[in-house]
Design a protein around this ligand. Structure first.
Ligand code: AOF
Ligand code: ZN
Length: 373
């Protein structure tokens, strides 16, 4: 039975992923309805914010009577009137006898109330099936509710010894085509991609998502002194919104003559740079819940040093470049002792054609003061 529930929950997780790039700020949810022989009767997923929830989709897609059937869903069914009526009520109304879920909905308006409602109506409820996978899938949603700030991932493509480029900048690609395809899938998952003015000036990237059915995320450019030219690809490729973070000292007359899809956000300055923490608050207030950082070593370093990054995704090619001519993925960041390191926890590894993807989570802690000499 446990294996069957896990198999069906995996199906829910895969269905839920079809909503990637479309459901934010809502969670990714997939739902399967099945009979006592574990035969799938119907399926559904949450296709977009404001649209039907996964449970309602699965129920509406069913071609037979659902009385006495079981329903499995990766998130607790909701109990509240939001943009749609409560899923728990519909499940009860259809006479479903058993509900299996992966995790409690952390949203305070639900948080256990959906399960309570189902149980009160005499429905058997089983919770926690593949809970870790369910929590991982909806980490942006959980982080949004718990921390009220965007979830930050740093993405890098490096050699085995952590170099993002050679100083000559002659060769643009370190990882192979398969890795780059995976990287495009990642872009579809996040609300926004963030990079620095120096990357825009040096590489002139478009930062688009080039996968089937994908969509371009919002781009965020950290450009303290407004050095990026208005004809840069990232501003002109497709009309998708671009947020440019600039110093509060930039005069208004400098921000005319940029394309209409650009929103300039003036930010507080710390040292010579934008204060990232307060900039992130402003970004969060525009509705962005997840950010993928695709930048150079200096910006990566700033996010890590300020303890703002949640997650690190490294595409690693089986090459060694060495330290004389290679540029590190964290640049200008030096700890004196192992005890002063930033600590992470390995989450997963995946072998691609030639490269690997290594995913780690940052251990959150207050900033450690560097030793003074
Ligand atoms: C979803 N999709 O499949 C499920 C959700 O604004 P509403 O009415 O769409 O409600 C959104 C909340 O409903 C969401 O924050 C979560 O707590 C709950 N469940 N949401 O978007 C779904 N099952
Ligand atoms: Zn619902």
């Amino acid at each position: 039975m446990k294996n069957q529930y896990e198999r069906l929950m995996r199906r829910c997780l895969n269905l839920a992923k079809k909503g990637e790039g479309k459901v934010s700020p809502n969670p990714l949810v997939g739902c399967v309805i099945f009979d006592d022989d574990y035969r799938i009767i119907s399926e559904g997923y949450h296709i977009g914010c404001g649209k039907n929830h996964a449970e309602r989709e699965a129920i509406l897609n069913a071609k037979e009577d659902l009385k006495g059937k079981s329903l499995i869903v990766n998130l607790e069914p909701c109990s509240h009137y939001g943009k749609t009526p409560p899923c728990a009520d519909l499940i009860i109304e259809k006479g479903i006898k058993r509900v299996i879920t992966g995790m409690i909905d952390p949203n305070p308006v639900v948080k256990g109330k959906g399960i309570k409602k189902l149980k009160a109506a005499g429905i058997e409820v089983i919770t926690g099936v593949l809970e870790d996978e369910c929590l991982e899938l909806n980490k942006f949603f959980i982080n949004d509710i718990k921390n009220k700030r965007p979830y930050i991932t740093i993405k890098t493509a490096t050699t085995l010894d952590g170099k993002i480029a050679a100083k000559t900048y002659k060769s643009k690609w370190i990882t192979d085509e398969t890795s780059r395809k995976e990287a495009h899938k990642l872009r579809n998952r996040y609300d926004a991609i963030l990079t620095s003015s120096s990357t825009v000036i040096k590489d002139n990237p478009s930062l688009t998502c080039r996968i089937k059915n994908g969509r371009n995320p919002i781009r965020i450019i950290v450009d303290t002194n407004l050095n990026t030219p208005s004809y840069s690809n990232v501003y002109n490729k497709d009309g998708t919104k671009v947020i440019v973070l600039i110093s509060e000292n930039i005069k208004d007359e400098r921000i005319i003559n940029y394309p209409e899809n650009i929103q300039f956000i003036k930010c507080r300055i710390k040292g010579n740079h934008i204060d990232l923490k307060s900039a992130l608050e402003k970004i969060y207030n525009t509705g962005i819940k997840s950010i993928l950082i695709e930048a150079g070593g200096k910006l990566n370093k700033a996010f890590i040093e300020e303890n703002l990054a949640d997650n690190l995704i490294q595409f690693i090619a089986p090459k060694i470049l060495g330290d004389k001519n290679g540029i590190n993925f964290v640049y200008g960041y030096n700890r004196n002792e192992i005890s002063e390191c930033n600590n992470l926890i390995f989450r997963s590894t995946k072998k691609l054609k030639n490269d690997i993807i290594l995913v780690s989570d940052f251990v959150k802690h207050e900033k450690q003061p560097l030793k003074r000499y």
